[in-house]
Structures are given as C-alpha cells and as structure tokens.
Design a protein around this ligand. Structure first.
Ligand code: AGP
Length: 616
C-alpha cells in the first residue's frame, strides 16, 4: 500500500513529486523519499516519517532536475528505517527505483545477484529488483532499435513473482522513466508538455485530468513528453486516455480538521450522487447501467455470494440481509481473503459481487479472479473509476462518492450500504416485490440523504459523549439483524482510529460469553431500533445494566426506553428498514471520530494502517 509518483517535464521535478506524495500519504506513511536525475547522476533524499518531515529534514525540495520519482512507504519487507525507504539506487549507480507490492522470489534473486558482485544497503525486496535491472542492463546488447533500458526492465519483470507497481530511472537515459504494474495500481497522467505517474489520480489531478489506467502486465516507457505502452511480451498497446471527472477541491481538506470529518459530513451529497439516475422511470425499482447482465439472465440467479474485506465486508453483511428479506434470494458473504482457500461448494446459477472502495484490495482482487476462474460472473461495487477490480469485473456499479482520503471508510461505506439496498430492490422487483412496494422502497431510499443530514445534527451530542468515553480501553457494540453489521462497523471505526479495543456482537449473543467482559470499565453501544426487536434489545440492555455496564443507546426517535436504562440516549430518525443501517452508521462514525480527536490520534493516517491494502 505504498504511494508512487513520477514526473518528466519542464518544471523542477522534486516540488511536483513531493506535492503528489502528500496526496498519497494515506496509502502508506512509514517513510518517504524522492530521487531526481541531474547531469547523469541521481540526487536522492529519503527518510522515515511523513512527507513533511522529508521536506523539513532533508534537501528534498531543492533537488535539481526535471525528471524524478518519489515514494511513500507502508513497510512489507524490512523495517521502518532510512535505508529501507524508497527510492533505491542500484549498486552500480545506474538505476533508481520505487516499488509498491511484494516480490515473492526476491530471496533467490538476491542470492544470485550477490554471486555477481552486487551489494545491498537495505533489507527490501525492492532493492533486489533494482539490482536485477542493473544486471540485465549490463548484459543487454546495445541496439539502435530497442531501448536497452526498456528491455532490461522487461527482462527483469519476466523473472519476477509477486506484485509490483514500479517506476525506474536510468542514469544513461535523461528524461526517461520506465514504469510497470502487476497487481498494484499505476496511472499515467498526460499533461501539457509533461508526463506524470501516480498510484492514484489524487496525486496528479492538480496537473492534468487526462489519464491512462495501466493494466497488469503493461510497461510504459516515458521519454520526454512522449510515451509508449507495451506488454511483458513486447506487444504494442494502444493507450486509451480517460478524462477524470472530479477536481482538486474534491481531494482537499477545505475548512475541515480532518478528511474523515469532511467525508462524514459529505455523506448526504455522496448518497445523492450514488443514487443519481439509478431509479426506473415508473419509480418502482432501481436501474443500473453497468451490470452487463440481462434481466432474463439475472432472473435465473438462485444464489448470490459477496466477497470483500473490512468495512466493505460489513456492507456485504447488510446487503445479505436486505436481499434475503426483500428479494428472497439466498446470499452468502465471505471474507475475500478466505474465499480462495475455502473451496466452498457453489451452485451453478450463483452470481458473485465484490465490494471495494479502492478497487485495488489484493485479497478482494484475488477472490474475484478465483470466482471468474471457476466460470462465474463477478460484478463489482467500486468507488475508484478505472481501478483494477472495476476493470476486471464482468460489470458493476460505481459509487460516485468522489475520492475518500481518510483511511477510515465513511462516505464510501454508507454508499455501499445504499447500493446494497438498491440491489435488494432491483432483484426483489424481479421476483415478488409489488409495484407499490417498489415505489415505497424507492421513496424511502430517496429520503436517505435528508435523514443523514438530520442525523448529522447530532454531532454536538456525540462530541460531548465522546469526551466522557474516551478514557475507556474497551467498548462493545451491539445490534441485531441488519444492525449487527453496523455494530461491527462501529467497533472497527473505533479500533482503527482511536486504538481503543472494541468488538461488535449480535445483541443476544452477549449472554453467551461476552457479558463476562461487562463492568464499569467496559461500556456498550446498543442499536435499539423500533419494531419487532425493540423489546429483545431492551432485555439485553437490562442484562448489561444489572452488571453496572454503562450504555450508549442509539434509539429510533419515538421509542421510549425504560427510565435510567441508558447512560446516554442518541435519537435517530425513524425510517424504512432498508435505510436504517445507513442512518444508524452516522452516530458511531461521529463517536469514533470525536473519541480519536479527544485522544489526539492521527485520525486520517492511523498507525499501522493504509487506505488501500494491496499486499496479501
Ligand atoms: C475501513 O475503515 C478500513 N479502512 C478497511 O477495513 C477497508 O474497508 C478495507 O481495507 C477494504 O478496502 P476496499 O473497500 O478499498 O477494498
């Protein structure tokens, strides 16, 4: 989950690269570095810590040269040290390289290179790759036709097992960069007399909206303002230049203290964008332009499997309940990371969905490829346009919520919940859901943004509650049916940004063990919706209260709890059960955010995490 930036143009490369790295830091922030090419040699500045520290603590910003590469690291091979920071320079000083991914056969390659006299300054697999390119380069015959530099990289990559997104400079080739990808994202930005490379659009959007999404197995050779794309087998690729639809402002903080805060409060608009143009003219069902499955074929589906990781997996659990409730189709949800190894029996008419905000999560990508290998159609719910998962899926739905910069997923998560609810409607109306039932469901979904706007007004109350609960070291989140996954999501939010241990459970599960955790030092957050489960959840709360456990109750407005049962009561608006998970998510997002702020955590870049997990 590292961030990569490259630049060739007329401007000073280091300043542009450092600006791009700042926009990629959410992808990994253990260390940062930049290298530029100047008068036949490499200038290099790199150190552990954030990009700002690199700028303040090294001459990175002053490096001369108009060609350069830069990197923010999330450590895989080798600890967080200056020596392990990228870029890496080959021991013959001929190459500078940055890398996102994991070279699985680096150890055998390193042993071979050591016998050839190459030396190593770091523990990384990346430096091995760099020296292997140098090895092939010195063996590559000099020819007028092919680029010796490009061919050395191509030969190297044919020997490599694992994943990579790389950018390489050669000391003999001024104003040239060779870049390639396999399993890690890489985008080429085509600017006005300049070219950029980046792991995602946010790092180059300030300079161009014209991008080429590189595909696995492709190599781009940038020479000045020109570029060619070929495959590992040296076949030519005709590039497709796409236009990015969002602007720099979408990727900027504005007046907010953190991206997470901004993205929590963006949710009403994000939900509106997710729904835009996606209801039928008669208003009785959803419509999707990119599923690439005819209604007739969709009708034959007798089972649905969802695959995802993290918050996206929680969204799958909600979709499972809504699709089974409203469309009566059996649904199974698997952790993407487990699916490949479980080898579960599958029925012939199974349809797979993967959910991934980034569209680059390697576990989800691998699970999708496994399902496709077995001959199943896989549809993807993604936010990042042109991402690997989006492009390799058989069809799908883009979330259209704009870039989500905060590591903790918020607007992307509720957008995934909304699309799951829309799928339940779409499939339900192919089966037993009536026209009037469909119209009522559509109207409920259309009301979701305003219900979230109303719920966001609770922010001051959640901020006040957060001050009193920030001192705890453990917290339980409890919900039932479609709110159990929201309990899981609330626990994950708290864990990942405040570092407080938290667990989510179905509320009735408490008495089967977890209730042993309850004491005055372990508070609980209960989701208490109106309807059939209300009294059952109240009973669970009373079991907690009897053991002196503090309770934050997130209750549907209009429902009265027994007096003194909850220590804090947060009232959320009454709504359709398909919208309830979306509305109920907002208070726990706010609670975790304000607790993390109260504890002084780095909310947008929590320790040990990265926004997109592109290593297994
Ligand atoms: C959620 O807050 C986390 N950042 C994480 O669990 C995330 O949802 C997970 O890594 C999946 O990412 P994706 O949606 O980009 O595939």
């Amino acid at each position: 989950m590292c961030g990569i930036v490259g630049y060739i143009g007329k401007q000073k490369a280091s300043a542009i690269i450092l600006e791009g790295l700042k926009r990629l830091e959410y992808r990994g922030y253990d260390s940062a570095g930049v290298s530029t090419q100047h008068e036949g040699r490499f200038e290099l500045a790199k150190k552990i810590g954030r990009v700002d520290g690199l700028i303040k603590g090294t001459p990175a910003l002053k490096l001369p040269g108009t060609t350069g590469i830069g990197h923010t690291r999330w450590a895989t091979h080798g600890g967080v040290t200056d020596a392990n920071a990228h870029p890496h320079i080959s021991s013959d000083q001929k190459f500078a390289l940055i890398h996102n991914g994991v070279i699985e056969n680096y150890s055998s390659i390193k042993k071979f290179l050591l016998t050839k006299g190459y030396t190593f300054q770091s523990e990384t697999d990346t430096e091995v790759l760099c020296n292997l390119i140098a090895y092939h380069y010195q063996k590559e015959p000099v020819s007028a036709e092919a680029s010796r530099f490009l061919e050395a990289v191509r030969k190297t990559l044919r020997h490599v097992e694992g994943t990579y997104g790389i950018a390489v400079m050669c000391a003999d080739c001024p104003a040239e960069i060779v870049a390639a990808r396999k399993g890690s994202p890489l985008i080429l930005g085509v600017g006005d007399g300049e070219l950029m490379l980046a792991s995602d659009v946010s790092a180059l959007i300030s300079r161009t909206q014209n991008v080429v999404y590189l595909k696995d197995g492709e190599i781009v050779h940038m020479t000045g303002r020109n570029f060619t794309i070929t495959t590992l087998e040296a076949e030519d690729v005709s590039p497709v230049i796409d236009k990015v639809t969002w602007s720099v402002a979408d990727a900027e903080l504005g007046s907010h203290a953190h991206f997470m805060e901004k993205e929590i409060f963006e949710q009403p608009v994000a939900l509106e964008n997710t729904m835009r143009g996606r209801f039928s003219e008669d208003g009785s069902t959803a419509q999707f332009g990119g599923l690439n499955i005819s209604p007739v074929d969709f009708r034959q589906i007798d089972r649905i499997n969802f695959l995802a990781c993290g918050s996206a997996w929680h969204a799958c659990l909600v979709a499972e309940q809504l699709i089974e409730r409203f469309a009566r189709v059996p649904v199974e949800v698997d952790y993407a990371s487990e699916f490949r190894y479980r080898n579960i029996p599958l029925s012939r008419n199974t349809l797979f969905f993967v959910i991934s905000q980034s569209g680059e999560t390697i576990d989800t990508l691998a699970a999708m490829r496994e399902a496709k290998r077995k001959g199943y159609k896989v549809l993807a719910l993604c936010n990042v346009v042109g991402s690997t998962i989006a492009r390799e899926a058989d069809g799908g739905v883009y979330q259209h919520v704009g870039p989500e910069i905060g590591v903790a997923s918020t607007k992307a998560f509720t957008s995934q919940l909304l699309i799951g609810a829309m799928l339940a409607l779409y499939i339900g109306r192919m089966r037993d859901m009536s026209f009037s039932g469909g119209v009522a469901y559509v109207n409920a979904l259309k009301g979701a943004p305003d219900l979230v706007r109303e719920t966001l007004k609770l922010a001051p109350q959640l901020k006040d509650i957060a001050q009193r609960y920030a001192k705890y070291h453990d917290m339980l989140f409890l919900g039932r049916l479609a709110l159990f996954p929201i309990a899981l999501e609330g626990a994950l939010k708290l864990k990942e940004i405040s570092y407080i241990h938290a667990e989510g459970y179905p509320a009735a599960e408490m008495k089967h063990g977890p209730i042993a955790l309850i004491s005055e030092q372990c508070p609980s957050v209960f989701f208490v919706p109106s309807g059939e489960m209300f009294n059952k959840v109240v009973s669970s709360m009373q079991e907690i209260k009897a053991r002196k456990g503090k309770i934050i109750a997130i209750v549907t407005a209009g429902c009265e709890l027994p007096p003194d049962l909850a220590d804090d009561v947060v009232r959320i608006p009454e709504c359709h059960e398909a919208v309830q998970p979306i509305v109920a998510t907002v208070p726990v997002q706010l609670l975790s955010y304000y607790i993390a702020v109260a504890l002084g955590r780095d909310v947008d870049k929590p320790r040990n995490l990265a926004k997109s997990v592109t290593v297994e």
